[in-house]
Structure formats: structure tokens, C-alpha cells
Design a protein around this ligand. Structure first.
Ligand code: DSN
Length: 406
């Protein structure tokens, strides 16, 4: 590469990822084929519009078939009929996909209901600091104050009282199975449309280790780079009757030309996720999270909801007199990379909350299993409690060498 500065930064980032244990629940590692598609000649192509209806020439040979294929693959992966469901693969990432989905379902200023951010929800679900909170009016539901589980009776009660236009289900820091059937009942009782943001669990749903939202939802959004193990990107999958409104919201409503190279890489990820190995991978992601959470709890850590059913867990560090930020820094110092996270009803501020979030999708892609998770839990304990940094640094390096990123 002629640009030595960028070449160096690429190398540094690659080395950092190879030599550390990535436990950020929303990150993963893509296959060489996904990388190849992302860096393909599709990167050059402007393709405003949709297959067969583009604003530029040059789309007929490969771009249109590509976009049709990605939709076909998404429907097939989630077992959906093209007669009943439609896909838009153009939203650049999760927040924009959510904004476009809201726009397709509700006029600006209408009432929406979602899980509060500090309760495990997501910024784009109407958090006061997100643009979404200015464009629509939000009411938020909380998790149960003692169990920290979703309480579907309370959600139904609040939905009936508030009568939102859209009820949003979906989380970014909730470690338990989400009961979409109960969300549908809450939506029906209140006359709301049901939107599911399955970004975190899209791969688990594809791998059949988390119940599918599709039998119940009107519209489902997802990023493609988390448990689904694709490139950065998003899908909006909606009931057929919403297709026109969704497509208009994405283009020309909110975006210009789609990133066709990312769409090609999403298509490859969907192909990979449809293979039997992906089911095994997803099951292992969950087993690994279970093993990590189990060992952390046996070492005295408090896990919100006392465990996990999916790929992540949020650890409450307050009993150790440490903030999430302090723990994040201590762990990063030895090569264990995770993110500070609020816990429900956190008394600390979001920039330095009481919790830290761990997830297993990335390390499972590297081939690690329960045995390694148990080791990693002990390393986390040694750093946070025992403060044996140098020893853990060596153990991290050795584990990374044993399980390289392909
Ligand atoms: N910020 C992402 C996460 O880490 O969960 C979700 O968009």
C-alpha cells in the first residue's frame, strides 16, 4: 500500500484484534469470503433505486441480481414466504434501519413505546440523546426492579394505557429469551404495530437457538455484523403490505446510493448462516455464554438476571467497589476487551456505569469452547479481584495464539 500511514493503522488494528480476547457482545469476526465481497468491485457502483428501477445505468448485469439474491437469502434463512414478507437490504446500519422502520410505520410525532436504554434497550429506541426521541414521542417500559426480567403483564398494561402506534421489542443488553408471542399480545391489546429489533440475536434466531420474532412481528430490523457474523450493515424485513412504505423511507426518504459492496458481503454472510455449521456455531455461542456466566457467578460476580440464555451477560460490579469503566480499563490492560454498560436503575452515569457487558460471538468464531470460557472467567477474576496483571497478559497471549482469527 502506498499510503504507509493507513497501512500501519490497518496492521496495528489487525494485530490488536489477533492478540486480544474480544468479548464485546455486538462484535464478531467475518470469514475471508465476507471480507472479499466487502472489498469487491461492487464498492464502485452507484445504484440509487431498487432492482429494475435504478437511477443509473450499469446495474442490470450484477447489481440487480445481487440485491434480489440478498433478499431471497434473507427470507429463506428465516423461513419466510416471499408472498408474505419483503426485505430491504439498503439501510447502512442499525440506527438508520430503525429510523426508516419507524418512518414506514408512523408519522413524525406519533407515540412509540420501547424498552428504556438503561434497562437493556437501545439508543435508537427513543433515548433522549438520540434523534429518534425528537422525531417521535416515546414512552419506555422497564424491566422488573428485582428480577431484571421483562414483565409482559406490566408491558401489556402500560401499552394499553399509552396506546402507542408502534410497540418496539428488542434489546442490546438483555441476557434472556424474549417472548415475542407475549409482545404480540401486548401490541394487539393496545392496537399497536409490533416492531422487533433483533440486531443482537439475529444469528441466534438464524441458528434456531432463540425463538423467531417473525410469526408475531409486523416488521423486524437487524444489523448484520453481530451474531449473524456478516459485514456492517442492516436488513429491514417487513410484512408485504409494508414494503412500499419501507422502501420509500429508505430511498429516497433517508438515503442515497446503497453500499453494494456491503450488500454483497451480507449476501455471503446469509449463505454462510444457512449452512449446518452455523447452527452448531450459534449453539456454541450460547453454551459458551452459559459457561462464562456460570464460572463468573461461582467466582462471586453478580450477573444481571443471574445468568444468560443468549450470547451475552451484564455484570454488576458495584459489590467490588469498581465502576464499569475502571473494570473495562483494567481488563483492556491485559488484552481482554469488553464494554462498560449500565445496569437496570444504575445509580452511576452512562459514561462510567456500574456494569460491564461480556459476549461470546467473537471468541466462539475463533473456535473457543466452554473450557476456554472457564479459563477466561478466571482471568477476569484475577484481574479485577486479584490484580495479577502480568500473569494474565501471558495467558491472554497464549490463548490468542492457540485460537487465531482465520
Ligand atoms: N452499540 C451496539 C451494541 O454494542 O450493542 C448496538 O448497536
Amino acid at each position: 500500500m502506498k499510503d504507509k500511514k493507513i497501512e500501519r493503522l490497518i496492521k496495528l488494528e489487525e494485530e490488536r484484534q489477533r492478540n486480544t480476547l474480544g468479548l464485546i457482545a455486538s462484535e464478531n469476526f467475518v470469514s475471508p469470503d465476507v471480507l472479499r465481497a466487502e472489498a469487491s468491485f461492487f464498492i464502485h457502483k452507484y445504484a440509487e433505486g431498487y432492482p429494475g428501477k435504478r437511477y443509473y445505468a450499469g446495474a442490470k448485469i450484477a447489481v440487480d441480481p445481487l440485491e434480489n439474491l440478498v433478499k431471497e437469502r434473507a427470507l429463506k434463512l428465516y423461513g419466510l414466504s416471499p408472498k408474505e414478507w419483503a426485505v430491504n437490504a439498503q439501510a447502512l446500519s442499525g440506527v438508520s434501519a430503525n429510523i426508516f422502520a419507524y418512518r414506514a410505520l408512523a408519522d413524525f410525532g406519533e407515540k412509540m413505546m420501547a424498552q428504556a436504554l438503561d434497562q437493556g434497550g437501545h439508543l435508537s429506541h427513543g433515548s433522549p440523546v438520540s434523534m429518534t426521541s425528537k422525531l417521535w414521542r416515546w414512552v419506555h417500559y422497564q424491566v422488573d426492579p428485582s428480577t431484571h426480567l421483562l414483565d409482559y403483564d406490566v408491558i401489556t398494561h402500560e401499552a394499553v394505557k399509552e396506546k402507542p402506534k408502534v410497540l418496539v421489542a428488542g434489546t442490546s443488553a438483555y441476557s434472556r429469551v424474549i417472548d415475542f408471542k407475549k409482545f404480540r399480545k401486548a401490541a394487539d391489546a393496545s392496537g399497536a404495530l409490533l416492531m422487533v429489533d433483533m440486531a443482537h440475536i439475529a444469528g441466534l434466531v438464524a441458528g434456531r437457538v432463540h425463538p423467531s420474532p417473525f410469526p408475531y412481528a409486523d416488521i423486524v430490523t437487524t444489523t448484520t455484523h453481530k451474531t449473524l457474523r456478516g459485514p456492517r450493515g442492516a436488513l429491514i424485513i417487513c410484512r408485504k403490505e409494508l414494503e412500499g412504505a419501507v422502501n420509500k423511507a429508505v430511498f429516497p426518504g433517508g438515503q442515497g446510493g446503497p453500499h453494494m459492496n456491503s450488500i454483497a458481503a451480507i449476501a455471503v454472510a446469509l449463505f454462510e448462516a444457512s449452512r449446518p455449521e452455523f447452527k452448531k456455531y450459534s449453539a456454541q455461542v450460547v453454551k459458551n455464554a452459559h459457561a462464562l456466566a456460570g464460572r463468573l457467578m461461582s467466582l462471586g460476580f453478580k450477573i444481571i438476571t443471574d445468568g444468560t440464555d443468549n450470547h451475552l451477560m451484564v455484570v454488576d460490579l458495584s459489590r467490588f467497589g469498581l465502576s464499569g469503566g475502571e473494570a473495562q480499563n483494567m481488563l483492556e490492560g491485559v488484552g481482554i476487551v469488553a464494554n462498560k454498560n449500565t445496569i437496570p436503575n444504575d445509580i452511576r452515569q452512562p459514561m462510567d456505569p456500574s456494569g460491564i457487558r461480556f459476549g461470546t460471538p467473537g471468541l466462539t468464531t475463533r473456535g473457543m469452547r466452554e473450557k476456554e470460557m472457564i479459563l477466561i472467567a478466571s482471568m477476569i477474576h484475577e484481574v479485577i479481584i486479584g490484580r495479577k496483571k502480568n500473569l494474565v497478559k501471558i495467558k491472554v497471549r497464549n490463548l490468542c495464539k492457540k485460537f487465531p482469527i482465520k
